[in-house]
Design a protein around this ligand. Structure first.
Ligand code: CA
Length: 734
């Protein structure tokens, strides 16, 4: 990638530092632009006027757009709250910054753009939602919401760790606190960067009373795909749990009080926001919601409503509440813009509006995000910089949230670290949104949070200006969409012969981009907890481990699990209870799943003397993964063993041969992996053996009376395995 950074401010800063001249850094830096980054949670572009909303009006957001630029192809790298924030702070994809799933803890010691802005003299502040599990670093001032935060009378975590509760409405409080900080800075010369991060319009969509009646005159139009039946795409779509129809909660989403009267239509979560309200707030709330609720409930009790009517009612409740919370964000944006104008800061302050990802506003029958479909993949990106960005700019350049950090750094005249994966967008702003010839032609996306709320599977993919390819590792399915012909993504054309070349090309782009961004799935911890048997086995094995009393652990995939099947008798006679063994083999596992298991309970409670590790044949069998990448996965497992069980000797086995003939492609791939992993043996902690030859005949053929399916051992095979490692186990003291 060749990308010239032309930045006058960096040269000024260098001159000041280099020559030691008698002007203060502050005065040289004074003209550097201020940055106000207004960021909301789950605000989809379909609900912004400047993006052509058909369902609401956002006059203040449109002020940014009218006086600046709208980016129509703006995407997240991982469509969920915490990970998107980590992408933005670091300028890196999730597998690099380590925050892949909500609930993980962000490693705050890593390099982030606020820290780098501080280094070049910026004052930095953060108010609002953070959601990264660890304390913010790189801010001169912050006040953040705990976790998801609340709409009513929210608590804020202070810089000293204490909590304060403020009476009022969260969106308004965040705006006020941001403006207060700006006012306190009046007269200061240093440039500043303010992040105003709203909770709104995140679930449970609790509006301020001033917006209750916004849609009294007419219902909100329904999206075309509200009644999507999920046919024609990955079968995994049907498994997700984020439909308005079946996954809408009684109090939390529908805003009913009391017990759930219609459990066949509503899930059971109550309304936690209502419980936080003071009497006055509750009175206003009830005055609006109760008459509407009672009317609906009376109709329900009278059996007057069809399933379709009920879905339509839920959609209106959902979308109206959502849009009302958006309206308070829009009000807040207006207040910030007004303040910048009145204070004279407008000229030299860049204002950006974005949101951590998009959201389904009833499209595909969904609320929530996560899937790589357009509605949640897209992030709003509105930006204005008077005098630099031409008002009314409309850009279709492909941008992504990993680009924000390098952009801010270039604006501030700071060095952009090599390790940042995003690209500065400054040239786009200076060229009316038109990308340079070497600008990216595709973005890479990855979602990791399976086996969690809403049951959306792990998937990743690429999107160009016209096509989108998605890959689902669990079912090893590809989906392909032609966004020009099928903008609502209702039919995957991956099996359509007319698209065979496009699919091949998109798959090539996928592998290229994974290579470019250093995505090695063999080393990224992955759970298969969305598969019932796997989840049960994991719980069972963790429970066994907690009991302790293990000297010998076998770690691997189905071939290791088979000690409980075809190998059972051999296991009993060689290991039985006298050697205190545990079988940590899980059929179908690849290196990334073993990494997950070993860091999620399989080792908790045990201190084996020896661990026998054999893993990787599914990395080959499922995708012929590059041998060096699989070897890196094995290396990561060894690193985890070293960190968690430094006393355990590891007997690393070469991956067993597979396929009948010596020239079977998968067998050759395993041979290549073995050539790499043998180097990991140190003769002290890690010992290597390749016992594959014991299963083969003299010509290198794999006989059916050892491996009937040319992959898994029968009883005779397990006997050969046990015999082959027996003396080594004794040497290792077991
Ligand atoms: Ca979010």
């Amino acid at each position: 990638m060749t990308f010239q950074i032309i930045n006058p401010w960096k040269q000024i800063a260098a001159a000041v530092l280099g020559m030691g001249v008698m002007i203060s850094a502050a005065s040289a830096a004074q003209k550097r632009p201020n940055i106000v980054f207004i960021f909301s949670d789950d605000h989809a572009v379909q609900a912004i006027g400047a993006y052509g909303s058909k369902i609401n009006k956002t006059p203040n957001l449109d002020r940014i757009a009218d006086s600046g630029a709208v980016f129509h192809n703006s995407f997240c790298a991982n469509s969920i709250c915490g990970p998107s924030r980590a992408n933005i702070l670091t300028g890196k994809h999730s597998h690099i910054n380590g925050f892949r799933r909500n609930g993980e803890r962000f490693d705050g010691s890593q390099t982030t753009f606020p820290k780098l802005l501080q280094n070049v003299g910026y004052k930095t502040a953060l108010v609002g939602k953070w959601h990264l599990g660890t304390d913010p670093q790189g801010f001169d001032y912050y006040e953040i919401l705990p976790g998801q935060g609340n709409y009513y009378n929210p608590d804020f975590i202070q810089m000293d760790g204490s909590r304060k509760r403020y009476q009022g409405y969260c969106t308004d409080i965040i705006t006020e606190k941001g403006v207060e900080w700006l006012k306190e800075r009046e007269g200061n010369e240093e440039p500043f960067m303010l992040m105003l991060q709203h909770k709104a319009p995140h679930r449970n969509w609790s509006p301020h009373p001033r917006h209750f009646n916004l849609f009294d005159d007419a219902p909100v139009p329904e999206p075309d795909t509200l009644f999507d039946d999920y046919s024609g795409r990955s079968r995994l779509l049907k498994e997700n749990e984020m439909t308005i129809k079946d996954h809408f909660h009684w109090g939390h989403d529908a805003k009913f009080k009391g017990d759930n009267e219609f459990p066949e239509y509503f899930k059971g979560l109550g309304n936690g926001e209502y419980r936080r309200m003071n009497d006055e707030q509750k009175a206003a709330w009830d005055a609006y919601y109760e008459p509407l609720n009672q009317k609906f409930l009376a109709d329900m009790r009278a059996g007057k409503l069809s399933d379709e009517d009920i879905l339509r009612w839920k959609y209106q409740r959902y979308i109206q509440d959502y849009l009302k919370t958006v309206q308070a964000v829009d009000d807040g944006v207006g207040a910030v813009l007004d303040y910048l104008k009145e204070s004279g800061l407008e000229e030299n302050t860049i204002v950006i509006y974005s949101s951590d990802q998009g959201f389904y506003l009833g499209e595909h029958g969904w609320y929530d995000k996560r899937w790589m479909y357009e509605e949640s993949l897209k992030m709003p990106f509105l930006v204005r910089w008077p005098g630099v960005i031409e008002p009314g700019t409309q850009s279709t350049a492909l941008i992504q949230n990993i680009d924000y950090a390098p952009t801010f750094l270039e604006w501030a005249g700071a060095e952009i670290p090599e390790a940042i994966q995003g690209r500065s967008m400054v040239s786009l702003f200076e060229n009316q949104g038109v990308p340079d010839k070497d600008w990216r032609d595709a973005i890479y996306y990855a979602y990791y949070e399976n086996a969690a709320v809403h049951a959306v599977p792990i998937h990743d993919g690429v999107r160009t200006d016209r096509y989108k390819a998605m890959f689902f590792p669990r079912t090893r399915e590809w989906n392909l969409y032609d966004l020009e012909k099928d903008p609502q993504e209702m039919t995957s054309v991956h099996n359509d012969p007319a698209y065979a070349n496009i699919l091949r090309g998109m798959q090539q782009r996928y592998w290229d981009l994974k290579d470019f961004y250093d995505v090695n799935s063999a080393t990224i911890p992955m759970t298969r907890g969305d598969e019932g048997w796997w989840r049960s086995r994991q719980q069972e094995k963790n429970a066994l481990a907690r009991e302790g009393n293990v000297d010998l652990a076998f770690i691997g995939d189905s071939i290791t699990q088979g000690w409980e099947g075809a190998g059972k008798e051999v296991w009993e006679s060689y290991y039985g209870s006298c050697r205190k063994p545990i079988n940590l083999g899980f059929g179908g596992d690849r290196t990334e799943h073993v990494i997950w298991r070993l860091t999620h309970g399989n080792l908790n409670g045990i201190d084996p003397k020896v661990a026998v590790l054999m893993i990787g044949t599914n990395n080959t069998g499922h995708s012929m993964q590059d041998p060096e990448q699989v070897a890196a996965g094995v290396q990561e497992i060894l690193n985890i063993m070293k960190e968690r069980k430094p006393e355990t000797k590891v007997l690393l086995l070469g991956i067993f041969p597979r396929g009948r003939t010596p020239f079977d492609q998968k067998r050759l791939n395993n041979v290549a992996i073995n050539q790499s992993i043998r180097r990991f043996a140190d003769g002290e902690r890690v010992h290597y053996m390749d016992i594959g030859h014991v299963f083969l005949n003299e010509d290198g053929y794999l006989p059916e009376d050892i491996m009937p399916d040319a992959l898994h051992l029968n009883t005779a095979g397990y006997k050969l395995w046990a015999e082959a490692i027996e003396s080594k186990l004794s040497d290792l003291g077991i």
